[in-house]
Design a binder for this molecule. Structure first.
Ligand code: SF4
Length: 250
C-alpha cells in the first residue's frame, strides 16, 4: 500500500500496455460494463450463477442496503475499528455499480485518505494505466475498492482485527456489484477474499473463485513501484483477465 519513490522501469509496463491497447484499438475491440456491452463481440453475459446468492452472507452483519449508495449511507461515520481515529475520509469505493471487472486493493494511503477515493496516488496512476492503457477500459467502467476503508497510520499493514471489522463492507460491495471478474491486488486482498495464508507469489497468475466469481490474484501496484521488474508478471496476469473478458478462455 505504501507508495515509495523509485521510478526505474516504471515506464516499461505502461509502454507495453500502450502497445497492447493500440493493437486492440486497431482491431476495434472494447470491453465495456455489462449493460453497455450488448451486441459487442467481447461481451459475455450477466453472472446469472450469482442471482439471488448473498455473497456477503457468511460473515456479514445484515445490511439493508440494496445499492452501493445505501450501503455507503449505512456505513456512515463508521467507528468499528481503531483506524477511524486517524482518517481524513472514509474511502468507500468508486466506479461502475454493475461493473464486469472489479479491483480490490488493501487500504487507502495518504493521497486516498485526503481525496476520499481509492487508488489516486502514484500506485493509483499505475492501476489506472493498467485499466486504461492495458485493458482498454475507463476507470469509471470498473469498480475499485479496498479491504479496509480507512488509512492505517504511516501506511502500515492493516491488522487482523481491522480487516475483520471492515471486510463485511467489501463483501457487501461485491455482492451489490456482482462483477464477473475480481482482480485482487496484493496479499491482503487475496488472503481476505480467498481465506488463504498462501503467499501472493504462489497464488498470482492462476484463476481462483470467490463465491463463483473468477478471481485473479496479482501484485499490488505499490509493490510494483518498489519492484518494477515484476511488472512483466502483472502484465501476464492482466492478459489472462483480458482474455477472460473477451470470452477467449471459454
Ligand atoms: S477501517 Fe472499516 S471498520 Fe474500521 S473504522 Fe474504517 S470503515 Fe469502519
Amino acid at each position: 500500500m505504501a507508495e515509495h519513490s523509485g521510478t526505474n522501469g516504471v515506464g516499461i509496463l505502461a509502454a507495453s500496455l500502450r502497445r497492447h491497447l493500440q493493437r486492440r484499438q486497431r482491431a476495434g475491440i472494447h470491453i465495456l460494463p455489462r449493460e453497455q456491452s450488448a451486441g459487442i463481440e467481447v461481451s459475455f453475459g450477466p453472472n446469472e450463477d450469482l442471482a439471488g446468492f448473498d455473497l456477503a452472507a457468511p460473515s456479514t452483519p445484515s445490511f439493508k442496503a440494496k445499492t452501493l449508495e445505501e450501503l455507503r449511507a449505512e456505513i456512515g461515520d463508521c467507528r468499528l475499528c481503531k483506524l477511524c481515529s486517524g482518517r481524513t475520509h472514509l474511502v468507500f469505493g468508486v466506479g461502475h455499480p454493475s461493473a464486469r471487472l472489479m479491483f480490490v486493493g488493501e487500504g487507502p494511503g495518504r493521497d486516498e485518505d485526503l481525496q476520499g477515493e481509492p487508488f489516486v496516488g502514484r500506485a493509483g496512476q499505475l492501476l489506472t494505466d493498467i485499466i486504461t492503457k492495458g485493458i482498454g477500459l475507463k476507470r469509471e467502467d470498473v469498480y475499485i475498492a479496498n479491504v479496509v476503508k480507512c488509512r492505517p497510520p504511516e501506511n502500515r499493514n492493516p491488522e487482523p482485527d481491522e480487516v475483520a471489522a471492515c471486510e463485511p463492507f467489501l463483501k457487501k460491495q461485491i455482492d451489490l456489484v456482482r462483477p464477473e471478474i475480481i482482480v485482487a491486488l496484493g496479499k491482503f486482498a487475496v488472503q481476505t477474499l480467498l481465506q488463504s495464508k498462501a503467499p501472493i507469489s504462489k497464488l498470482r497468475g492462476n484463476w481462483h473463485r470467490y463465491h463463483g466469481i473468477k478471481l485473479m490474484p496479482t501484485f499490488h501496484p505499490a509493490y510494483l513501484l518498489r519492484n518494477p521488474a515484476d511488472k512483466k508478471l502483472v502484465w501476464e496476469d492482466i492478459k489472462k483477465v483480458i482474455k477472460e473478458l473477451r470470452g477467449e478462455n471459454a
